[in-house]
Design a protein around this ligand. Structure first.
Ligand SMILES: NC(=O)c1ccc[n+]([C@@H]2O[C@H](COP(=O)([O-])OP(=O)(O)OC[C@H]3O[C@@H](n4cnc5c(N)ncnc54)[C@H](OP(=O)(O)O)[C@@H]3O)[C@@H](O)[C@H]2O)c1
Length: 303
């Protein structure tokens, strides 16, 4: 049995969609946080159980009888909440007798300058220490996250203002989800950390130029100090300070490494950045939606 978490979210719902093409629904348990989705998932023939990362008992019950568990990282900007949630899920998996735990980490450096990577690195270390077979899936930066990486770029804005630049090996979220589903269903990668990233890195400046060419109007690109970035984004509160540390990490090349694994797992070339950007920019309101889903207090999704 395969247990999935995060199945109501962007990545997890796509993992579910793809895994259903690989294994029958009777072999999948969904550990569900958002109870509203229960009826729809049950109608698809899936076993649905309640599982809240902040409630260890619920996780133990949800994970019982599972062989493999996919832990989708908690979408919070609070490191403490994130790490505690992930530890709860790992401990519950061990108690419930799960054989193989998969964790969706982030493809930044192992000694990262980015605050957003701290909770992932702490979780990775904890997972390695628990004695259960694991696979750490370092997911590349979602192409769909471009507005946040471009300094909270909003629809109609004509300037990207960020406190640093470096390459990003962007990957389409649906490609990452499909590869994740294939790896979880197919097995292998025991006790490994693997990076699923796009085949080409674009700096933020190159990304801005690509967006300009798709929109047919100039979007300017400027570098500012960390303090200026935080000041300009003060409406985003503590998130701006937290997020500002992502840029020195980009400058250090932490998100720029490419490798062929994503395409190899998919058995086809990953979706190109230009084509996905074109789709996103042509969907009116989509970039705006992505931004609010990140910074929406209490439900913001940290990478
Ligand atoms: N690589 C990247 O560029 C990037 C970008 C953004 C995010 N991320 C990371 O990747 C993860 C998946 O991204 P996403 O876009 O799919 O995020 P998302 O759409 O916000 O989905 C997060 C999932 O976590 C569930 N969840 C929230 N609180 C929970 C709790 N207490 N217990 C159990 N489940 C809980 C949500 O359930 P509900 O429906 O009940 O809220 C939802 O299913 C995020 O959590 C984040 O850590 C990575």
């Amino acid at each position: 049995m395969i247990i999935l978490t995060g199945a109501t979210g962007h990545l997890g719902s796509s993992v579910l969609k793809h895994i259903l093409t690989l294994v029958p629904p009777s072999e999948i348990i969904v550990s569900l946080h958002n109870r509203l989705a229960r009826a729809e998932l049950e109608k698809a023939g899936l076993q649905v159980r309640s599982g809240d990362y902040t409630d260890p008992r619920s996780l133990e019950d949800a994970f019982r009888g599972g062989d493999k568990l996919l832990i989708v990282s908690h979408p919070s900007f609070s490191d403490d909440l994130r790490v505690a949630s992930h530890k709860n899920a790992i401990d519950a998996a061990v108690k419930a007798g799960v054989r193989h735990v998969y964790y969706t980490s982030l493809a930044f450096g192992r000694e990262s300058k980015a605050a957003v990577m701290r909770a992932h690195l702490d979780t990775e270390a904890y997972l390695r220490s628990r004695g259960v077979t694991y696979t750490i899936l370092r997911e590349g930066v979602y192409m769909e996250s471009f507005p946040v990486f471009l300094g909270f770029l909003g629809a109609g804005h004509d300037e990207v203002v960020v406190p640093g630049d470096g390459g990003v090996a962007w990957a389409a979220r649906d490609d990452l989800a499909e590869a994740t589903a294939r790896i979880v269903a197919g097995g292998g990668y025991d006790d490994e950390a693997i990076a699923l990233v796009g085949p080409k890195a674009y700096t933020l400046e190159q990304t801005t130029a690509l967006i300009s060419s798709i929109l047919g109007r100039e979007i300017r690109f400027s570098l500012v100090s960390q303090d200026e970035f935080v000041r300009r984004n003060s409406a985003n509160g503590d998130v701006a300070r937290f997020w500002a540390s992502t840029y020195p990490a980009l400058e250090a090349g932490e998100a720029s490494s490419v490798n062929p694994l994503l395409g190899a797992v998919l058995g086809r070339p990953p979706v190109s950045f230009a084509s996905r950007l074109r789709e996103l920019l042509e969907l009116e309101g989509e970039p705006r939606k992505e931004i609010s889903s990140w910074i929406d207090n209490g439900r913001g999704s940290a990478p």
